[in-house]
Ligand binder design. Structure first.
Ligand code: F6P
Length: 325
């Protein structure tokens, strides 16, 4: 692959607040660097189906404050097949796109990694997911906004929980990661978080019951990470059966967590990462995710970024435990 003259940008997987700020930053930094920029619609699907448009600075005007993604998004089944990826590559060549910038989560960057390896195409990733589950970056685009949304919701639920003296199990997103639940619980003053990273969930529930409720709190909030088997409903049912004296309710926050105007932090993060993506290409980087660690822009090889083992600090678990007495 020779000199890069034209880049394609796509968003893929679950949308996240701040994706638009990232699209804006990549487009403007790309144009400032003398590159042609093309927007690819509906993620990898759009690359396969040629839903591609030339972008100017005007295409990204007035979007930094908007949630969702102006490029739309999808989880492409066809791109998971070698035939789908070949179609995508042929279209890329036909459109004169020399490098791809993918904004998305784990699955989307895993797709970029395979594509880059198969066709020797320079790909750069931006961590765009509310789940914060990508390694090598302190945080991901959308995570801070979603955390704030969760806190706002929990504050509201607490009003009614206190009035009725109820226990609420509030289920939050995060896929297989507990960052939203753990930090959402700390920030909202919840009594407990039940997260996949902590294998002592059952004991945690027991501890919470004896510690929180028996100290006659007027309400109790437990933030539970989504899980097909052990979500908020599961724990609420357990308490109903084992402690029928408590008045228990469940609230599943669902997709409202993904919407809304991005926070200032997410806008700044997305802007820095977008500019960082163009700089990375200029430096000859390829097949890396742009991240921020300790306030420095870093390049993280895809294979490291997508390892699904980003740890939750034990200290965060301790903080919640100490403050919820
Ligand atoms: O990865 C982002 C995310 O919002 C996860 O937290 C959640 O499990 C999933 O996407 C939901 O996906 P969908 O919008 O397809 O229901």
């Amino acid at each position: 692959m020779g000199k890069i003259n034209c880049i394609g940008i796509l968003t893929s997987g679950g949308d996240a607040p701040g994706m638009n700020a990232a699209i804006r930053a990549i487009t403007r930094a790309g144009i400032a660097a003398g590159l042609k920029v093309k927007g690819i619609y509906r993620g990898y699907e759009g690359l396969i189906n040629k839903e591609i448009k030339d972008f100017t600075t005007e295409n990204v005007s007035n979007i930094i404050q908007r949630g969702g993604t102006i490029l739309k998004t999808a989880r492409s089944k066809e791109f998971m097949t070698p035939e789908g990826r070949k179609k995508a590559y042929d279209n890329m060549v036909e459109q004169g796109i020399d490098a791809l910038i993918v904004i998305g989560g784990n699955g989307s960057l895993a797709g970029a990694r395979i594509f880059a390896e198969e066709f020797d195409v320079p790909c750069i990733g931006l961590p765009g997911t509310i789940d914060n589950d990508l390694n090598g970056t302190d945080t991901t685009i959308g995570y801070d906004t979603t955390l704030n949304t969760i806190v706002e919701c929990v504050d509201k639920i607490r009003d009614t929980a206190t009035s009725h003296e109820r226990i609420f199990f509030i289920e939050v997103m995060g896929r297989d990661a507990g960052f939203l639940a753990q930090n959402g619980a700390i920030a909202s003053g919840a009594e407990a978080a039940i997260i996949p990273e902590d294998s002592t969930n059952a004991d945690q529930l027991e501890q919470f019951i004896s510690r929180g409720i028996r100290k006659s709190k007027s309400s109790s909030m437990v933030i539970v990470s989504e899980s097909p088997k052990c979500g908020a409903m599961y724990y609420a049912d357990r308490v109903k059966n084992e402690y029928p004296e408590f008045d228990v309710r469940v609230s599943i926050l669902g997709h409202l967590q993904r919407g809304g105007s991005p926070s200032a932090s997410d806008r700044i993060l997305a802007s820095r990462l977008g500019v960082g993506a163009i700089r990375a290409l200029q430096e000859g980087q390829r097949n890396v995710m742009i991240g921020i660690r300790n306030d420095e822009v870093v390049y993280v090889p895809f294979c490291n970024a997508i390892k699904s083992d980003k740890p939750i600090k034990k200290e965060l678990i301790d903080v919640l435990g100490i403050l919820s007495i």
